[in-house]
Design a protein around this ligand. Sequence first.
Ligand SMILES: [Zn+2]
Length: 149
Amino acid sequence: MKKQGCYYCDRDEGFRELLFEICDLKASKIFLCKDQTLPGRCTIMFRDHYEEIYEIPKAERDLYMDDVCALAETIKELFGADKINYGIYGDTCRHVHYTVCPKYEGKLGWGTPFIMFPDPEERIYLTDEEYEERKALIKKTVRAKLGLE
Ligand SMILES: [Zn+2]
């Protein structure tokens, strides 16, 4: 179920420049954020268009939560994060999605809610090859955790 005009349902060119699709999980689709200032930052959208998590039928919501947990654990293990932050805001981008943001002691935003948009001069971007490698590593690890591979 999709909603026209929704950033996450449409996934237009502007979306694809910032969020690189990794793969599908049980009830979700995951993306590597172009902004890798904090290594491993991803977003995870519920597969269908809902605007509040309480609207998702419980069985599907439980699967979604399994996906969120597997992704968070994957990021923590692969990148050595000290803590994972989970952000659901969506005032203007309502499709249910979490930003799963690894935090590192002493690095950007430690001890405060993760910084959604780091200053441009602080941002770390990767090469195309590095993005592909990171996506492949996350895909393999998270799908194995969920028994999907
Ligand atoms: Zn949507």
